[in-house]
Design a protein around this ligand. Structure first.
Ligand code: NI
Length: 181
């Protein structure tokens, strides 16, 4: 297992729509293992493939470090599709490993349904709510080239501008490996 450098705001791959995975081969399994190692090293709860520089539709989530989620089963979602999003929304503060130190309030649906392939290439559809739904939507956003700044009000977006420039210029302290500019 290897810890990979995490891409940060400004890296073009984070603004690119990821490509579907046609076969869960050894290379993909290796990538998944490396992504889990990378995410845990950075104390993250979710990580999309393009955050380690791989242009593929896949993300991982592990909420076990979060209070009340100790029994959560880490999940890998391949070629995910959001099939339903509730009208009811919740605003919550979010962070992102590709936006070190930045926190922002983001409004997202409370309940969602997502369809995806698991690592055995079985098609699955699950309902998720609360934090799990939020993390799925956040990671799914990565796969369509979107991040937190694309999901906040224009007022808040303006306020974040200075921090975003600092991140892009690597003028932030980060406790895990990130890509070089
Ligand atoms: Ni993120």
């Amino acid at each position: 297992m290897a810890i990979m450098p995490i891409t940060v705001y400004g890296d073009k791959i984070l603004w690119t729509k990821a490509k579907p995975i046609f076969k869960v081969d050894d290379e993909i399994i290796q990538l998944i293992q490396n992504m889990f190692a990378t995410m845990r090293n950075a104390n993250g709860i979710g990580l999309a493939a393009n955050q380690v520089g791989i242009d593929k539709q896949m993300f991982i989530i592990d909420l076990r470090e979060v209070e009340d989620y100790e029994k959560f089963k880490p999940v890998v979602m391949i070629n995910p599709e959001i099939v339903l999003q509730s009208e009811e929304k919740i605003v919550m503060e979010e962070g992102c490993l590709s936006l070190p130190n930045l926190r922002a309030e983001v409004e997202r649906s409370e309940i969602i349904k997502v369809k995806y392939l698991d690592t055995d290439e079985n098609e699955r559809e699950i309902e998720a709510d609360d934090l799990f739904a939020r993390v799925i939507l956040h990671e799914y956003d990565h796969l369509i080239g979107k991040m937190i700044p694309d999901r906040v009000t224009s007022q808040l977006r303006k306020k974040l501008e200075k921090e975003l420039i600092q991140i892009r210029n690597r003028e932030v302290e980060v406790s895990y490996p990130i890509t070089t500019k």
